[in-house]
Design a protein around this ligand. Structure first.
Ligand SMILES: [Zn+2]
Length: 286
């Protein structure tokens, strides 16, 4: 499942390629699951909108749309140049488990499981492909999109510490709780806990300030390194240009059950915590 570094990589790729472009037409597939807004509303909001910016909130891709010229009939456009910023909207994409948001050339073959194609004035296409259909597409017309949790790369240490105060769940579960930190999922939680030397089952509330400091630093380090590597391609993940990331080669525990720890050679263990696999080294992590 794409986590913060993968979504950030897609966002950066889109920001470089489609910002300033205008959506000319929209095609939507017939599968209802990916559509969190009615198809007709998505189509109407995107059509003729200019892509003003692309940014990330947690695991969500936020595409800021400028519709200042979209709604006015051509004959009246010269007379009504007022109210910039009023005609804005947001196109929100969540990649779910297997979603891909791709910038394609129109002659590239349409992949099976394509749920949206937005034709751009530049001639390129923005395509949403998602075989398992856990991804979501939505539009917000009042720029009101909000999502819970704090950005792990922006949060300060003291606020980070306060998130876990009195929280009697395993630290792994607390890291996956998107209402606390948004964007950290299974891979980066396991990798951060390994680097911090903290076992995933440790009670969040009982972590010492030293442990929390190491965990805070590890999360920052792991996320930044993963973004620099273009994310982890463990299943279907590719960036907006269709290319894989490389951080999977830097994983120290995730997906390495039974393999020797890279620090001490003890076999990496896998346990299930809150229904999710957790990987750790029983010697390096206390
Ligand atoms: Zn070890």
């Amino acid at each position: 499942m794409p986590e913060l570094p993968e979504v950030e990589t897609v966002v950066r790729g889109l920001a470089q390629t489609v910002v300033g472009d205008t959506i000319e037409s929209v095609w939507l597939g017939s599968k209802p699951e990916p559509l969190k807004s009615p198809a007709v509303v998505i189509e109407r909001t995107l059509r003729h909108a200019r892509i003003a910016a692309v940014r990330r909130m947690g695991k969500h891709i936020v595409i800021e749309l400028d519709r200042a010229h979209a709604r006015r009939p051509k004959v009246r456009r010269t007379r009504s140049k007022t109210s910039p910023g009023k005609d804005t909207a947001q196109f929100i994409v969540h990649l779910g488990m297997t979603g891909q948001l791709l910038v394609s050339k129109p002659d590239q073959e349409l992949e099976k499981h394509t749920h949206l194609v937005a034709q751009l004035a530049s001639g390129r296409e923005l395509r949403f492909v998602d075989p398992r259909r856990f991804g979501r597409l939505a539009v917000h017309t009042r720029n009101g999109f909000e999502t819970a949790g704090l950005e792990p790369l922006d949060v300060g240490f003291e606020i980070f510490v306060s998130l876990f105060r009195g929280r009697k769940t395993p630290i792994k579960s607390a890291l996956l709780n998107q209402k606390l930190l948004r964007g950290v999922g299974n891979i980066y939680a396991d990798e951060s806990l390994f680097r911090a030397g903290v076992r995933p089952r440790c009670c969040a509330a009982s972590l010492t300030r030293d442990q929390l400091r190491r965990l805070y630093d590890s999360i920052q380090q792991v996320l930044n390194q993963a973004i620099a590597a273009g994310g982890s391609s463990v299943s279907d993940y590719v960036n907006a240009q269709g290319e894989p990331g490389f951080f999977q080669f830097e994983h120290r525990v995730y997906g390495r059950e039974g393999e020797p720890c890279l620090v001490c050679s003890t076999p990496v263990k896998r346990v299930v915590i809150a229904g999710r696999s957790s990987h750790y080294c029983p010697l390096c992590q206390k």
